[in-house]
Write a protein that binds this ligand. Structure first.
Ligand code: NDP
Ligand code: A1CAB
Length: 276
């Protein structure tokens, strides 16, 4: 197995590491990790003693075949400036964040680059990951990264121009739909006699069941709706309310994420001096 380096063991770096270990695609000894606040990386080593903790990002670059940059968009350029002179062409640099493109990464380092946008759902080996590769990635590197992604997700290769909407669906989606589920629970408690704990248990289990029906391909979203909406029944009355009241809510959501993305792209482009 290739040596996998992870720089940044915050939220997402930790999720990826633990998902790969649980999927058994990696052993702890395959991993070398670091974090600006080193204690966060040491917590992972305590749980998985075989993991090697490096004291610096440069040490990761010395020892890893794949270098995952699991930091925020505006932290990537300064991180790369500190390590780029040590990166060799036989390594692969992978960023996990949407506002930095593979071509921007490649403009900063003299090595093949890829992007692997994960989703919190990958923590349980589920959901999608969004992959992009620079042209200089060999077939062997593409296939090795694909294997890592497949072990914890259903990988999909995307073109740069749909990055935002694809990440909105795959990576932000779990937060959006959790928000809606919470609003559903709160309204149930405010308008009926159900208590919060019961409403939460019922809703969470309903969502797990819904996911399994879709996951097993028993129904599609439209066939599922059709099966539940008995003609002249109660669900149809609820759907009418949704039709009347969701309106352009999701249009506005996608507009808002794309506006924020444009701001991030502007800042990232200033740092890299290279277009997205
Ligand atoms: N959350 C999600 O569901 C998803 C997130 N992403 C992307 O993942 C990226 C990371 O997000 P997230 O994990 O939530 O963020 P976090 O802030 O939790 O993690 C970033 C980590 O990087 C560390 N770090 C920053 N700079 C350096 C450096 N120079 N050297 C070493 N470590 C460094 C930080 O250390 P310190 O502890 O010192 O702050 C921190 O632990 C974001 O760009 C996000 O867009 C992508 C898909 C989904
Ligand atoms: O880089 C991104 O777009 C992801 C989606 C969720 C958080 N960050």
């Amino acid at each position: 197995m290739k040596k996998i380096g992870v720089i940044g063991t915050g939220n997402m770096g930790t999720i990826l590491i633990e998902a790969w270990l649980e999927a058994k695609i990696l052993n702890p000894a395959d991993l070398i990790i670091t974090n600006r606040t080193l204690s966060k990386a040491l917590v992972l080593k305590e749980k998985h003693p075989g993991i090697k903790v490096a004291e610096s990002a440069a040490e990761i670059v010395e020892q890893a075949d794949f270098i995952f940059l699991c930091v925020k968009p505006l932290q990537i350029n300064s991180l790369l400036q500190g390590i780029k002179q040590h990166i060799k062409r036989d390594q692969l640099v992978i960023s996990i964040t949407s506002p930095v493109s593979v071509s921007q990464l490649e403009s900063a380092v003299n090595a093949p680059c890829a992007r692997f946008i994960p989703s919190i759902t990958n923590r349980v080996g589920s959901g999608v990951s969004l992959l992009s590769f620079s042209e200089s990635c060999s077939k062997e590197k593409v296939s090795a990264l694909f294997d890592l992604a497949s072990a914890i997700s259903a990988p999909v290769i995307i073109e740069n121009d749909i990055t935002r909407v694809a990440s909105d669906i795959v990576s932000c989606g779990p937060a959006f739909f959790s928000y809606l589920a919470q609003a559903f629970i709160d309204a149930a408690c405010q308008t009926t006699k159900i208590d919060k704990e019961t409403a939460t248990t019922l809703t969470e289990n309903m969502l797990v069941g819904l996911g399994e029906l879709l996951g097993k391909g028993v129904y599609t979203l439209p066939t599922l709706q059709e099966k539940v909406c008995v003609k002249g029944g109660i669900t149809g009355e609820g759907i009418k309310v949704l039709e009347a009241e969701t309106g352009e809510m999701f249009h506005h959501l996608f507009q808002a994420t794309h506006e924020k993305f444009a701001e991030d792209l502007h800042e990232v482009e200033k740092q890299f001096g290279h277009p997205y």
